[in-house]
Write a protein that binds this ligand. Sequence first.
Ligand code: S3P
Length: 177
Amino acid sequence: MTKNNKNIVLIGFMGVGKTSVGRLLSQKINYNFIDTDFEIEKESSMTVEEIFSKYGEEYFRELERRVVAKVSKYSNTVVSTGGGTVLNFENIQMLRQNGFIFLLKAFPETILKNIQRQGNRPLLKEKEGIKRIKDLLKEREEKYKYFDYEISVDNLSVEQIVDRMIEVLKEKKIYGC
Ligand code: S3P
């Protein structure tokens, strides 16, 4: 099996499934797996929610930037990012240097369903619902345009998304026989 050393990076809005998809993809293609939120939590010994409530978003973004700088130097790693990683263009530039970027996209209704199941997003409190998701999606639309391949995940299982990604990686000769 050939690997061309590139990282495979997943970007996209909260609740599109970046973590579950990234983890399964890494297992199937035998890459390392990093989730930037988990890495931030590990390094700071706090949950993302705690960081936001104690120190605010700006502080969180700085921790996120540092983790992105670190993981961008890795190779053969699947990197699932946080939904707001794209807000800082420097992050995208770093991730692109040695990374193939997948954008996962979903309708607001799918996002709401996924987020309600998990309920741990400081920027999306449940009561604000679909309107808040639509507003934030619109606000961030421009930021999600730097990717190599886009996948709409509505009505697809994690398994189906991962299989599609592997097909793409083979087509692009990033991974394959
Ligand atoms: C955020 C997304 C979250 C997490 C933080 C901020 C965002 O990650 O990084 O709550 O600004 O979109 P997920 O995309 O994994 O939910």
